[in-house]
Design a protein around this ligand. Sequence first.
Ligand code: AMP
Ligand code: FE
Ligand code: FE
Ligand code: ZN
Length: 286
Amino acid sequence: MSSRIDLHTHSTASDGTLTPAELVRAAAEAGLDVLALTDHDTTAGWASAVRALPPGLGLVRGAEISCRWFGTEPAVPLHLLAYLFDPDAPELVAELARVRAAREERGERIVALLRADGIDVSWPEILAGAAGGTVGRPHIAQALIRAGLVATTNEAFGPDWLGERYRLPKEDIDVFHAVRLVRAAGGVPVFAHPRATRRGRIVPDALIAELATVGLAGLEADHEDHSPAERAHVRALAGELGLVVTGSSDFHGTHKTVRLGAHTTTEEAYERIVAEASGVTGVAYG
Ligand code: AMP
Ligand code: FE
Ligand code: FE
Ligand code: ZN
C-alpha cells in the first residue's frame, strides 16, 4: 500500500485550531503515514508535536515562511515551506522572530483601521485568541465573527474585510534571502501554492526559475487554492526546472474547510526532500 503524505499543515502555534498534539493524533486517525507541521514563521509547535506522535506516524518538522518578492512594485507576498531545517540557526531564528513581531504590529494596525470605522474589535482580545501562536488575519477574522459582522472565516477574507479593504502588508523576508537561509540551516525550501491567483497576485515563472538556481527545491502543485489548470502549469514548470512536486492540504482546523490529507505528496517526492535535508533535524517517528 502506498503512503499517504501531507506536507503542509497548521496548528495553534500559528493560525490552525488544533494544538500540535491534537494535530498529530488527527493525522494518524485520518490514515496519514507522514505529516509535516508548517506553522507560519515559527517552530514553536515542534516539541509538543514530537512528544505526542502516535506510533507509525512520521513527522516532518517545518514552517511556512512569510516572504516577499521585491522585483516588482508593489512587492508580491509569497509563502515558502521549509522542511527539516535547524531550528537554532541564528540568522533564520532572528528573521522569523522579526516577522512574528511585524505580524503583531500589522495586526494592531488592521484593528485600528477597523475601529476607526466604528467596528468594535479589540486587539488585546485578538492577541489573546492567538494564545501565544503566530498571529494572523484568521485571528482577526474570529473577532469579526464574534462581533456578528461576518458568518465565516472565508467571508472575513472577502474584499470588504481582510481581503482588501482592511488588508495591510507585513514586513516579510526577501524570498531570495529566505531560500538561502533555509538551505544554510540544512533545510529544504518548497514554494507553497505558487500559482494561487485566487489568493492575490502571483510571481512570474522566470522568478521561480531564478529561485531554483539559488536553492529552491520544489513546488506545491496540488493545493485547494489551485485550479486544475494551475496545478498542471506548476507540474510542468517543476518538470522543466527539475524541481520536486508536492501536494498538501494546508489544513487549518476549523479556520478552513479543507481536511487533512485532502491532497498528498508521492513517496518519491517525499524521499527527495528528506534526502536533500542535511540531517540536523531528521524525520521524527512515533
Ligand atoms: P496572514 O498570514 O495574516 O496574511 O493571513 C493569511 C492566512 O489566512 C493564510 O495563511 C491562510 O491560511 C488564511 N486564509 C487566507 N484566505 C483564507 C480564507 N478565504 N479562509 C480562511 N483562511 C484564509
Ligand atoms: Fe494560515
Ligand atoms: Fe500559505
Ligand atoms: Zn499554510
